[in-house]
Design a protein around this ligand. Structure first.
Ligand code: SF4
Ligand code: SF4
Length: 363
């Protein structure tokens, strides 16, 4: 435990909190910092970081959880595929419980659909090889961190000569919504706590347009409490100085150019496309779709199904939560109709969701 205890040392935390206080001492007004990473959201709640900061710093959560930002129309598409005879759906755990317009994968499974949890897209490829009589669909949901593994699975399926492995892709890239929300006058984001894993793939340089063109300071930050406090300090100093640069607090993992190998595999299989984000709407070129040369593995092209008209759950405020405009406790369904056991919206389902974090760690 030496490794993590070093990043949780109370004496160092106290010092950082004092430095943050000094940095904002003469600052007039409030600074709003947004994190766009589900693990940062969980860490903020788990370690009570909000309460440690001066009143002039406000932390808000943005579209950081890949499950939460996936629109209801995608869940409906997956449900329609689950109902298709001969189809086997494979996915990571959380997606199974996300409610669609009139059903969920969990409900379809209870009705007899073949829906299985896998731990990696390669498990789905192995299943396709073992189960040639079925069409195996992997649900491709996630940011730049997980998308290279989907690309790797598609390459592996081609290498093994499989014709029954498909991916239904709603994969997304994170700088697009950050730019979209940076321009929202209602939010007034003064600085971004940039994600850790995503940045390890895309590199800190990916945020340069945000800092240089949109004038929003960006600090790539790790997940431990001392990482987060240091990231806040770096942002506070930039904001007070009226600067907007990209800095990397998490330099032990994140390099300016990211991970070239993962980026290459991603670019081989995927190309940018416009895509819909729950609550935010369509953001141009913020999605990743399977290239024409790998169309044989694209569930959308190869397994057409009729998908119902999407409907959001009545009263659910996930869309506003994902834009950082309301907090979970402002949703009338929070802790009442909507709980982790009976989630009404995606933000309560996912282990990285803001509503789930507030439910577990909030006061
Ligand atoms: S994949 Fe990693 S960086 Fe991205 S939201 Fe999840 S925890 Fe954060
Ligand atoms: S409490 Fe439930 S219904 Fe309300 S915003 Fe969160 S997930 Fe949606």
């Amino acid at each position: 435990m030496k490794y993590s205890s070093e990043f949780r040392d109370p004496a160092v935390a106290k010092k950082l909190i004092e430095q943050i206080g000094e940095a904002v001492a003469g600052f007039d007004g409030q600074m709003t910092l947004m994190e766009v990473c589900g693990t940062h959201t969980m860490a903020i709640y788990q370690h009570g970081i909000r309460a440690l900061l001066p009143k002039s710093i406000r932390l808000i959560s943005g579209p950081g959880c890949p499950v939460c930002v996936t629109p209801v129309s995608y869940v409906d598409h997956a449900v329609a595929l689950a109902r298709r005879p001969g189809t086997l759906i494979t996915t990571f755990g959380d997606m199974v419980r996300v409610p669609g317009s009139s059903s969920s994968l969990q409900r379809e499974k209870a009705r007899g659909a073949d829906v299985r949890i896998v731990y990696s897209p390669l498990d789905a490829v192995a299943l396709a090889e073992k189960t040639p009589e079925k069409q195996i669909v992997f649900l491709g949901v996630g940011f730049e961190t997980t998308t290279p593994t989907v690309a790797g699975a598609i390459l592996e399926a081609r290498r093994r000569g499989l014709s029954n492995f498909f991916a239904l892709c709603a994969n997304k890239t994170i700088p697009g919504p950050m730019a979209a929300l940076a321009g929202d006058p209602e939010l007034k984001v003064d600085g971004y706590i940039c994600p850790a894993h995503v940045s390890a793939i895309i590199g800190a340089e990916a945020y340069r347009p945000l800092a240089e063109q949109l004038k929003v300071p960006c600090v790539v930050t790790g997940f431990e409490p001392l990482d987060m406090l240091q990231g806040v300090l770096m942002l506070a100093r930039q904001i007070v100085a009226g600067e907007a640069r990209v800095e990397t607090q998490y330099s032990r993992i994140v390099k300016p150019g990211g991970n070239p190998k993962a980026r290459a595999i991603l670019e081989e299989v995927f190309e940018p496309c416009d895509t819909a984000w729950r609550g935010i709407g369509v953001i141009p070129q913020s999605g990743l779709k399977i290239r024409e040369s790998y169309a044989a593995f694209d569930a959308e092209r190869q397994l057409p199904v009729a998908v119902e008209e999407p409907r959001e759950a009545k009263g659910c405020m996930c869309g506003e939560i994902l834009k950082g405009k309301v907090t979970p406790t402002e949703c009338p369904l929070f802790r009442q109709a909507c709980t982790p056991e009976n989630p009404i919206g995606a933000c309560m389902v996912s282990s990285e969701g803001t509503c789930a974090a507030e439910y577990k760690y909030g006061t």
